[in-house]
Design a protein around this ligand. Structure first.
Ligand code: ADP
Length: 411
């Protein structure tokens, strides 16, 4: 091979190898930049995911995104919290939720592929997890909506909201209306019955019978008025946090004497003795005297009312627990309250003896619930103890000055 050709070949090889080196360098630079870009996108993606998670974590409700098999693709902090911090992502709801009723509803709603919502009430001792230590029913609102997606099987977002508090207060309101209507209807029916009798027969001719009928009607009219007064008072006491107390300093002993004076007639008629065990000096309380009068009146009146045919002793005692707190006890030696009834006596409309005749009208069943709510508004507590056939005692423990949060509202 002539030398010139060899030289040309060597030159070509040198040029090619230089070119190859340049290309390799360019390739390496491109790869480095691609890695950089990938890392950049990767960290941007992680940041977006982190922000998305933070965003759904601030939701107060449990939030999940699931696929058609109910596999959890995403869940927020509240969801893990109500499900006792189990790992959720990657598991199916069938695996996580034990409650069959909830699962069936969720399965149906997710398959439906339409935004929907449903309220589920769990019986006492069961929750989304299957069981719990909670007493009473719990209620949940489930909302589902398919997420916008190009796929035929878009994931679905599920929101589980605990609406137990709203549900319970709705229940209380409904029960109150039902009980109140029932209580109001009884005396009204009786009054109407007597009115019809008077109008339709010739009884008006007989002044004696007319007088008797009118007296009965007046008694039931008075009961209606008492019911309405009690209902108004309880609704005022239960009107949320804004109970209107008008606190002022007053002497507890004076307030007690006012009550005893107001109850003078039944005390005398029933041959009741009131025994006072009180400090010599004035017992100054800061509170709403109107409600304190109501509390003492209801407790002493109850003792008299529940024991019409026995010589009754009611002992009212007051003693300082420490320099800030007073203990008041109102005890009687009457028929007592069976222990099976004791846990319920502070509930509205609860009466131990549910039957009353027309001549023997019992209370409204609201007295003790008024007592309890009024005391709670003063930061005080009340407890009842009883030995049937021997005694009943109501023990109140109250701060001398009610805490600001309870007494200051609207004063
Ligand atoms: P009522 O208006 O019927 O008196 P309360 O809420 O004041 O309603 O009392 C609820 C029930 O508690 C009463 O029906 C009564 O059976 C019982 N009770 C309350 N105080 C006494 C008491 N001193 N002795 C016996 N039973 C009582």
């Amino acid at each position: 091979m002539p030398l010139s050709i060899i030289i040309i070949l060597i030159v070509v090889v040198i040029i090619l190898s230089v070119r190859l080196k340049t290309l390799r360098r360019e390739y390496e630079l491109t790869m480095i930049s691609a890695h950089h870009t990938r890392d950049k996108y990767h960290s941007q993606l992680s940041e977006v995911n982190r922000q998305q998670q933070l965003l759904i974590d601030v939701l107060g409700e449990a939030f999940f995104i699931v696929n058609d098999e109910l596999e959890v693709l995403m869940a927020n902090a509240r969801a893990s919290q109500i499900l006792r911090n189990q790992p959720l992502v990657g598991r199916t709801l069938q695996d996580i939720l034990i409650n069959k009723k909830l699962l069936q509803s969720l399965d149906h709603m997710v398959r439906d592929k339409k935004p929907s919502q449903q309220r589920i009430v769990f019986p006492p001792k069961s929750t989304v997890l299957g069981s719990s230590e909670l007493d009473g029913e719990t209620a949940w609102l489930i909302q589902t909506a398919p997420l916008p997606s190009l796929s035929d099987h878009p994931p679905t977002c599920i929101i589980l909201r605990d609406i137990t508090t709203e549900y319970r207060s709705d229940q209380i309101r409904t029960d109150f209306v039902t009980n109140a209507s029932h209580e109001l209807r009884t005396p009204l029916t009786i009054i109407n019955g007597y009115l019809e009798n008077l109008l339709e027969s010739d009884l008006v001719e007989s002044p004696e019978t007319t007088k008797k009928f009118l007296a009965i009607m007046r008694k039931h009219g008075a009961r209606l008025a008492r019911l309405i007064d009690d209902m108004l008072m309880i609704s005022r006491l239960e009107s949320g946090e804004s109970i209107t107390l008008n606190p002022e300093p007053f002497d507890f002993k004076e307030c007690l004497e006012d009550v005893i004076e107001r109850l003078e007639l039944p005390i005398r008629t029933n041959n009741t003795s009131i025994i006072r065990k009180l400090p010599e000096h004035a017992v100054e309380l800061d509170g709403d005297r109107f409600y304190w009068t109501q509390v003492l009146f209801n407790l002493i009146e109850n003792a008299i009312k529940q024991n019409p045919n026995r010589e009754l002793e009611i002992t009212v005692s007051a003693k300082m627990i420490d320099e800030h707190r007073l203990r008041v006890r109102i005890c009687d030696n009457g028929i007592g309250i069976p222990s099976s009834h004791l846990p319920f006596i502070f509930k509205r409309f609860y009466r131990v003896d549910k039957h009353h005749t027309q001549s023997d009208i019992r209370g409204t069943g609201l007295g003790l619930s008024i007592v309890k709510r009024a005391l709670e508004a003063h930061g005080a507590t009340i407890q009842a103890t009883s030995t049937p056939g021997e005694s009943t005692c109501f023990t109140i423990e109250t701060p001398l000055i009610p805490p600001i949060s309870t007494a200051d509202h609207g004063a």
